[in-house]
Design a protein around this ligand. Structure first.
Ligand code: GAR
Length: 207
């Protein structure tokens, strides 16, 4: 059974999707053992507590140097015996140390079809604002491994979502979550826990 540690910053609907998937048996061979937030006020922490999951908080601003924050987060994740780390709406960029300590063991959910609308500055609602500004007809979500290149790591699963007349960033965000994120993130996590993802260079093969 693999220990899953989920990193969050906000509302935690993706965390909730993971908790529900674990309960209903969609996630095989994995258990959410800890939720770590960058923000002590995050509602995601309530969701964890309501489900009896251990919680912790680590704030970037409590460390003067980024490298000290990076070291502290790496040590915290090691102390939790994390086999898999899931970034579920985690809004702090990860450093080199944590990424190399957990190579191909960190999964992120991004609310667009990478390589569109991704990279630095593309997070949360902004991603949907940009997609609507561009006038694309299809967007979606991507579950991928985290590397030093922001949103550039090996893609595990993607799911497309149609854009409709009258969409606002908020309406689109909700549809992308419901139709894509909440489905593909638990699936990607289960595939990892079942050792069914083979990483070949910057690509993956699902076994
Ligand atoms: C989600 O849409 C997630 O894909 C996005 O933030 C939202 C968090 O919502 N993540 C990023 O933009 C990362 N670049 P949640 O807290 O309700 O899961």
């Amino acid at each position: 059974m693999k220990n899953i540690v989920v990193l969050v910053s906000g509302g935690g609907t993706n965390l909730q999707a993971l908790i529900n998937a674990e309960k209903s048996g969609i996630i095989k061979n994995g258990k959410i053992t800890c939720v770590i937030s960058s923000n002590p006020e995050a509602y995601a922490l309530e969701r964890a507590k309501n489900n009896g999951i251990d919680t912790d908080v680590i704030r970037r601003r409590d460390y003067k140097e980024f490298s000290d924050y990076d070291k502290a987060l790496t040590a915290l994740l090691r102390s939790k015996n994390a086999d898999l780390i899931v970034l579920a709406g985690f809004m702090t960029i990860l450093g080199k140390e944590v990424i190399s300590a957990f190579e191909n063991r960190i999964i992120n959910i991004h609310p667009a079809l990478i390589p569109s609308f991704c990279g630095e500055g593309f997070y949360g609602l902004k991603v949907h604002e940009k997609a609507l500004e561009k006038g694309v007809k299809v967007t979606g979500a991507t579950a991928h491994f985290v590397t030093e290149e922001c949103d550039g790591g090996p893609i595990i699963i993607q799911k497309a979502v149609d854009i409709k007349n009258g969409d606002t960033p908020e309406i689109l965000q909700k549809r992308v979550m419901e139709e894509a994120e909440w489905k593909i993130l638990p699936r990607a996590v289960s595939l990892f826990c079942e050792d069914k993802i083979k990483v070949i260079g910057n690509k993956t093969e699902i076994l």
